[in-house]
Design a protein around this ligand. Structure first.
Ligand code: ADP
Length: 453
């Protein structure tokens, strides 16, 4: 095992990683921007290093600063968390050149999956079902229109370098292709500095279902079941649950095995998530994330497996501590992402938390780095915490979530807690009857009913 791990992240995930390190007896180094000097991960780490000013580009994305922090503190490995440098292959290469272990997959696999066109080709070669569409990138809108005519409208024009739902546009007809293509391409150029585009069938009402995998890099891989992340706003996940209310045991087994076999063939190392759209009993690969995900605790809740500890073990060259036959799924778990945002307009709401009371009790986990008196800085993502509840059944889980939300108090800033109080008492959610369009429709309907009132 490593003797000292540097955590190249902030907020709740920095704390999550720190906790796993402590339980494994590993020393921790926190890095932080000047805006995060008072952050909880800085207070709880064994050592901390200031790596730059508030802007993420100058701090959490500043590779030379982070490598220097490793050298000053003698850290032998870096955990990148999610976001920031977690899917940056160049960062993994630079760390390797300095003899520091990147806790994640190989730089080659990060590159492969970071390019969605290559990722899709790889998925096909590994036997993973994909969304019908162009074979590789398309040169211009005329080629996009030709492919769209073959697969049928509507189609989605997507950026190979895409992420965070940016660089994608729907085209409903041949007349629409040029506009969609040009808009998506300029968005991709601005956001990613890469304008390679591809075309895919636009699925009308799918669910977003993803499979968690862990590989040892030597050809052994296990799947830890699926998560349903269909409740999204602007392609950003809001509520995640496991198991998916839409899958039966046979479907779960089939997609899990497909993914585990594929990752075993690839020789994948560490934690990864293969994302699918699911419609009418069929799975369609959309992308693979080569890192820990925000919603990993729902999988931990139903499997009892500490995914971060497992990442650390594999990165340190130990075998996986789990075999597929040992993985069992118990009960149901739901995660709510609590953002410092207005619950109706979703405008960011940074500022000082004047009162903070998290819920407690059986079957409940709050992953958050905030505390009473903490000032949420305006410079970063607005996620301030995650509420994860576990119950023996989905009904028990929903009842527990409802009472946990009643207990949760965050004053001084606005949060998305009221949105979750609405969702937990909604009949569609109670019945598990929702797809990736449901939340946007629900929000639009609440806005128009307010206008009428
Ligand atoms: P990103 O990396 O930007 O998150 P993804 O490929 O993971 O992009 O897609 C994000 C979301 O966009 C999906 O969860 C889904 O809601 C929607 N989406 C992506 N591809 C399709 C498709 N072919 N048809 C319908 N919706 C899609």
């Amino acid at each position: 095992m490593f003797s000292k791990v540097l955590i190249a992240n902030r907020g709740e995930i920095a704390l999550r990683i720190l906790r796993a390190c402590k339980e494994l007896g590993v020393q921790t180094v926190a890095v932080h921007s000047t805006a995060d000097a008072d952050a909880m991960h800085v207070r709880l780490a064994d050592e901390s290093v200031c790596i730059g000013p508030p802007s993420a580009t100058a701090s959490y994305l500043n590779i030379p600063s982070i490598v220097s922090a490793c050298e000053i503190t003698g850290a032998d490995a870096v955990h990148p968390g999610y976001g920031f440098l977690s899917e940056n292959a160049r960062f993994a290469d630079i760390l390797a050149a300095h003899g520091i272990t990147f806790i994640g997959p190989t730089a080659e696999h990060i590159r492969l999956m970071g390019d969605k066109v290559q990722a899709k080709e790889t998925a096909v070669s590994l036997g993973i079902p994909v969304v019908p569409g162009s074979k590789g990138a398309v040169a211009d809108s005329a080629e996009a229109a030709r492919i769209a005519a073959e697969i049928g409208y509507p189609v989605l024009i997507k950026a190979a370098a895409g992420g965070g739902g940016r660089g994608m546009k729907v085209a409903n007809s041949a007349e629409d292709v040029e506009r969609a293509f040009d808009t998506a391409r300029s968005e991709a150029r601005a956001a990613f500095g890469d304008d390679a585009m591809y075309v895919e069938k636009y699925l009308a009402n799918p669910r977003h279902i993803e499979v968690q995998v862990m590989g040892d890099g030597e050809g052994r891989a296990v799947h830890l079941g699926e998560r349903d992340c269909s409740l999204q706003r602007r392609h950003q996940k809001v509520w995640e649950e496991a198991p998916s209310p839409a899958l039966n045991a046979a479907e779960r087994q089939r997609i899990g095995k497909t993914v585990a076999d594929a990752m075993s063939k690839l020789g994948y190392r560490g934690a990864g998530t293969v994302e699918f759209l699911y419609e009418d009993g069929e799975f369609y690969f959309i992308e693979m994330n080569t890192r820990l995900q925000v919603e990993h605790p729902v999988t931990e809740a139903i499997t009892g497996i500490d995914l971060v500890a497992e990442q650390l073990r594999v990165a340190a060259g130990s075998p996986l501590s789990i075999r597929q036959e040992d993985v069992t799924f118990t009960g149901h778990a739901i995660e709510c992402r609590i953002n410092a945002e207005n619950p109706e307009t979703f405008a960011p709401s940074p500022g000082r938390i004047t009162y903070y009371h998290p819920p407690g009790g059986l079957g409940l986990r709050v992953d958050s780095a905030v505390y009473q008196g903490y000032r949420v800085p305006p410079h970063y993502d607005s996620l301030i915490g995650k509420l994860i509840v576990h119950g023996r059944t989905r009904v028990e889980c929903m009842m527990r979530l409802r009472r946990a939300l009643d207990e949760f108090v965050v004053d001084g800033i606005e949060t998305t807690l009221p949105l979750f109080r609405d969702l937990v008492s909604n009949p569609d959610i109670a019945n598990g009857m929702y797809d990736i369009r449901w939340l946007e429709d629900f929000l639009a309907a609440s806005r128009s009913s307010e206008k009428i009132a």
